[in-house]
Design a protein around this ligand. Structure first.
Ligand SMILES: C[S@@+](CC[C@H](N)C(=O)[O-])C[C@H]1O[C@@H](n2cnc3c(N)ncnc32)[C@H](O)[C@@H]1O
Length: 274
């Protein structure tokens, strides 16, 4: 199979996929990824594999509702977020580095997956830590958000393999990543527990898994800022989903960041020789 897709697995059954290109041009631009185990086929167009499972129309209601929202805001997302963060006195790249990238404890050559990568704002920060020889894997459910992320990665010449997929059925093998990051979507995932189980499944023993989203630090709900954010965005009333981690993931650390308005959960996957 094309080395470009060699890490991908069938999201329905995690078996290997074989790639058949269609037509002329760069081999991986268009074709089909086929699973011989469960006979599912997945289309590759413009170099982007569509591994969404179950098919878009069979996704949970919550995923479909938020998917259409992200499709609408994809092109303005970066501008809006940067501005919002400035209003709260934060410079976005530095805030992301401290809250999300530092806890991944990356080393050069680490293999990293970002789940729900969105417009790819974490990718340059991850690439700066793992170096140019590592391939970063990144997936999202929204074609619009991924289009922005792919353009950003291409402009910066980042080594990233993108896939359109559902976090609750990740198209990767067991225990392959040194670090897995997800930020900003778990509160609205249709199957939160399934997505967390998948992020843990694809992480190696010893790997760090970091998951964060909106949620107020203890006591923050009684403050003026806490009341204001919840009034304007109900997602801030979410609690960190630490109880949804499988026991095999080990102890879940709960941290609070970005003015106590977001939770960041972190586990280090236990190794056999603990
Ligand atoms: C608020 S954005 C965050 C993007 C990025 N992680 C960041 O830090 O800016 C949430 C992202 O999660 C994606 N998403 C939502 N549901 C998903 C699912 N079930 N599987 C994969 N991605 C999903 C959305 O398409 C969106 O790009």
């Amino acid at each position: 199979m094309s080395t470009q897709f060699s890490r991908l697995r069938c999201p329905a059954c995690t078996a290997e996929l074989s790639f058949s290109p269609i037509g002329e041009g760069p081999a991986a631009a268009r074709g089909t990824l086929a699973c011989e185990a469960c006979t599912s086929d997945y289309e590759v167009r413009h170099g982007l594999p569509n591994l969404v499972y179950p098919a878009a129309e069979a996704l949970p209601e919550m995923d479909r509702a938020f998917l259409s929202q992200y499709e609408r805001v994809a092109r303005s997302y970066d501008r809006t977020l940067r501005l919002l963060m400035l209003c709260f006195g934060m410079w976005e790249p530095r805030a992301r580095r401290r809250a999300l990238i530092d806890p991944l404890e990356l080393s050069p050559s680490d293999s990293v997956l970002e789940v729900g990568v969105g417009t790819g704002s974490n990718l340059p920060l991850i690439a700066a830590r793992v170096g140019p020889r590592s391939t970063i894997h990144a997936m999202d459910l929204s074609p619009g958000m991924l289009a922005v992320a792919r353009a950003k990665a291409a402009r910066r010449k980042l080594n990233v393999e993108f896939a359109l997929a559902n976090a609750a059925h990740l198209p990767y093998p067991d225990s392959v990543f040194d670090a897995v990051l997800h930020f900003g979507g778990i509160n609205t995932f249709g199957d939160k527990e399934g997505a967390i189980a998948e992020m843990v499944r694809v992480a190696k023993p010893g790997a760090r898994v970091v998951i964060g989203d909106e949620g107020l630090a203890p006591g923050r709900e009684h403050t003026r800022v806490g009341k204001w954010v919840v009034k304007h965005n109900k997602l801030f009333s979410n609690k960190p989903p630490e109880e949804l981690f499988p026991a095999a993931a080990g102890t879940v650390q709960v941290n609070w960041t970005w003015r106590g308005l977001f939770y960041v959960l972190r586990v280090t996957i236990p190794t056999d020789d603990r």
